[in-house]
Design a protein around this ligand. Sequence first.
Ligand code: NDP
Ligand code: 2IT
Length: 445
Amino acid sequence: MTFQEFMAKVEARNPGEPEFIQAVKEVVETIWDVYEANPRFVKNNILERIVEPERVIIFRVPWMDDQGNVHVNRGIRVQYNSAIGPYKGGIRFHPSVNVSVLKFLGFEQIFKNSLTSLPMGGGKGGSDFDARGRSDAEIMRFCQSFMAELYRYLGPDLDVPAGDIGVGAREVGYMFGMYKKLRNEFTGVFTGKGRTWGGSLIRPEATGFGVVYFTEEMLKTRGENFKGKRVALSGFGNVAWGAAQKVTELGGKVVAISGPDGYILDEEGLNEEKINYMVELRQSNNDRVSDYADKFPNAKFFAGKRPWEVKVDVAIPCATQNELNAQDAQNLMDNGCTCVCEAANMPCTPEAIEIFFKHRILFAPGKAANAGGVATSGLEMTQNSMRLSWTREEVDEKLHAIMRNIHEACREHGTQADGWVNYVKGANIAGFMKVATAMCDQGLV
Ligand code: NDP
Ligand code: 2IT
């Protein structure tokens, strides 16, 4: 079978799932040669098996708002691949959630988790619930209803969810509480838990920290570092917050952040006070970044625009899939940007990535660069199993080492004849080899 024939088959079997097809294409394209060169993989038909989720659970989530109206959302959990460990991956609450989005995220998660070198399989879940404007009590009732069904399919050695877009410490708390009540046991079934009840130190900021550690490694390959670099971030959620903190700590200047309403240009750069204000904005359920410009008058707000038109050295998309397109990529290149690191999952469109490749810049895919989040989840699972908790420094050191290892694996498998590193190829091959080998070893299951 050729690559084109393989993709035609995947498309025919998964109609109306563009995000999923996009993610599969990106992975399979880059591992095709390695796959074909390995007769054991081909004989076991690993590629056709790996693109098919082991299980997709879809369920009704009924809940009542504060006025007594009944609403129905859809809950989904994709248990994608358990070859190297229990299913592991976040839960996303956002109106754009559907099977295609969760299958793309679950598929990416398989290779990301493999890259961490920790024993975690791939999964993802979520709901099309829109938390915007909802009260705390409504969010709690929704989380409880969601878990009243999902709990049957979870377990500390079976499937361990965590947060993602729209799911932070509060939602994890409500879901974990319901799980504990229904199962009548306290186990490490979620990660991203509160610090006083089994959560790991650093987990909230781990994704952003990991992204910046990874970027630092990429910059080092060109003899550079963050000092004095201008950086643009998108989103002002959990991941953007961790990234903003670490970039600032390493001497970089975050000059742009964004929200669904537009972006903020702050030529002075973020500092601790401004980063804390960014968190406050999010916690007040506010989806407007424009308030930042009211609070800090030297900052300018650009309504309805994306931050990729700002002149920066480093761009770190931290919001959502396909948020950076070919035009944005061209703007970044025209402005001399030399490094783009994906903090969100699949934030750059294939056309944007093609432009980055053409310019031979440093470009890292999300599955490598943002793996620090799930890696620290893996460390949380380990601490829960041992009934111990490590210090902030211990967790941070382990996270840092994992990010360096992932960078090394990408270089090992992605260095091209001209010396330039194709991190997409490197990450996909490194992540795939381990899972594919495990699937072969375990027979036809
Ligand atoms: P948050 O919910 O904390 O923040 C997400 C940010 O992106 C918000 O500013 C949100 O604004 C914005 N956003 C979400 N959807 C859209 C959309 N369709 N269009 C425009 N803006 C949007 O999520 P996280 O920070 O946790 O996640 C951000 C990204 O990082 C996601 O791609 C996630 O998959 C990825 N990631 C997260 C990890 C984690 O540990 N949390 C780990 C690895 C990757 P609003 O809410 O107003 O829509
Ligand atoms: O996309 C991701 O890697 C996450 N949302 C984190 C998953 C996890 O289980 O910590």
